[in-house]
Write a protein that binds this ligand. Structure first.
Ligand code: IPD
Ligand code: CA
Ligand code: CA
Length: 267
C-alpha cells in the first residue's frame, strides 16, 4: 500500500509533541556525556526522547525503518523510514537556553514526504507534507522573496569537529561582509523552519547529519524555498543551503567563492 503523507504527518506531529513534553521535564542532573568530540554533548534526555519515539513507532509502525541520532538504526520492510533528531539544540538545552526542538521526518525511497519540528519552549509545531505546503500551528508558511544577498539575514551553524569549524570560520569571513547579518541560534531544525516562516532569508551549514535537516528541509521547500548542497553537491555532509530559489543561486555563488563547496564533515 502506498504510504499516505497526511497520515505520516499526523504520526510525526504526535511523536514530536510527545517527545517535546518529555524534554520539558528537565532533570537537575542531565547526565552529560560526550559523543564525536568532547563538546558534542549528549544528555539522558536526548536518549529518553529517542527511546520514547522508537517505542511508539515499534508499537504502531513495526514494519517501518527508523534512524535516530542516538543510535537507532532499524531497517524496515514497508518502504517508510523515520529520520529522527530527538533533541536538536542540545547545547542550548544544556545551558537552559529556550531554543531547541524535536525533529521527525518520514521518508519514502530516500525523500521526505512528511516532517514535523516541535519548538519545545515556544510550544509551536512546524509541519509539512509533500505537495501540501508548510504550516506553523496550522497557519500556512511562506519564505521571503529577498533576492539580494546584501539585504539577506542568513542563519548558519557550526559542526562539533575543530577542523570543520576552522574551515567554517574561513567561509564566514568572506560571507559576513556580503550579507545583512548572520544568526547562529543553535538548532538547525528550527533554522530551517525560520526560513520557511520568513524569519531568516536563508540558511547554510556544513557537516550536518541527515536527522538535522530531514524534516526542516521539507518544511522550508514546502514554504517555497529551495534546499540543496552548495556547488551542486547533495545536501547533508557538505554545505547545505536553503533559501528562496533566486537568493539560493546568489548565495550559492557567494559560498562557492568562499570555498564552502569544499567544506564538509572532515573540514
Ligand atoms: C546541532 C544543532 C546546531 C548545528 C549542529 C547540529 P544537536 O544539533 O542543530 O545548530 O549547528 O551542526 O549538530 O547536536 O543539538 O542535535
Ligand atoms: Ca541535531
Ligand atoms: Ca540531537
Amino acid at each position: 500500500m502506498t504510504p499516505d503523507p497526511v497520515e505520516l504527518l499526523s504520526i510525526a506531529s504526535d511523536l514530536a509533541r510527545s517527545a517535546g513534553q518529555l524534554l520539558r521535564r528537565r532533570p537537575a542532573d542531565l547526565g552529560v556525556d560526550a559523543k564525536s568530540t568532547p563538546t558534542d554533548a549528549v544528555t539522558v534526555m536526548d536518549k529518553a526522547a529517542e527511546d520514547l519515539i522508537l517505542s511508539e513507532l515499534t508499537r504502531t509502525r513495526p514494519e517501518d525503518g527508523v534512524v535516530g541520532e542516538e543510535g537507532t538504526d532499524r531497517p524496515g520492510r514497508s518502504g517508510v523510514t523515520w529520520v529522527i533528531d530527538p533533541l536538536d539544540g542540545t547545547v542550548n538545552y544544556l545551558y537552559g537556553i529556550p531554543h531547541y526542538a524535536v525533529s521527525v521526518a518520514a521518508e519514502v525511497e530516500g525523500a521526505a514526504v512528511a516532517g514535523a519540528v516541535y519548538d519545545v519552549a515556544r510550544g509551536q509545531l512546524y509541519t509539512a507534507s509533500i505537495g501540501a505546503g508548510a504550516r506553523c500551528d496550522g497557519v500556512p508558511l511562506r519564505c521571503t522573496s529577498q533576492a539580494d544577498p546584501a539585504f539577506a539575514l542568513v542563519g548558519t551553524g557550526f559542526a562539533y569537529a575543530a577542523r570543520t569549524r576552522a574551515a567554517q570560520a574561513q567561509v564566514l569571513r568572506s560571507v559576513l561582509p556580503e550579507v545583512r547579518d548572520i544568526r547562529r541560534a543553535g538548532s538547525a531544525a528550527l533554522d530551517l523552519c525560520a526560513v520557511a516562516a520568513g524569519q531568516l532569508d536563508g540558511f547554510f551549514e556544513a557537516g550536518m547529519n541527515h536527522w538535522d535537516w530531514a524534516a526542516g528541509a521539507l518544511i522550508a521547500t514546502e514554504a517555497g524555498a529551495r534546499a540543496g548542497g552548495v556547488g551542486g553537491r547533495p545536501p547533508g555532509t557538505w554545505t547545505t543551503l536553503v533559501a528562496n530559489p533566486v537568493l539560493f543561486d546568489r548565495l550559492d555563488e557567494l559560498l562557492r567563492a568562499a570555498g564552502a563547496d569544499r567544506v564538509g564533515v572532515e573540514g
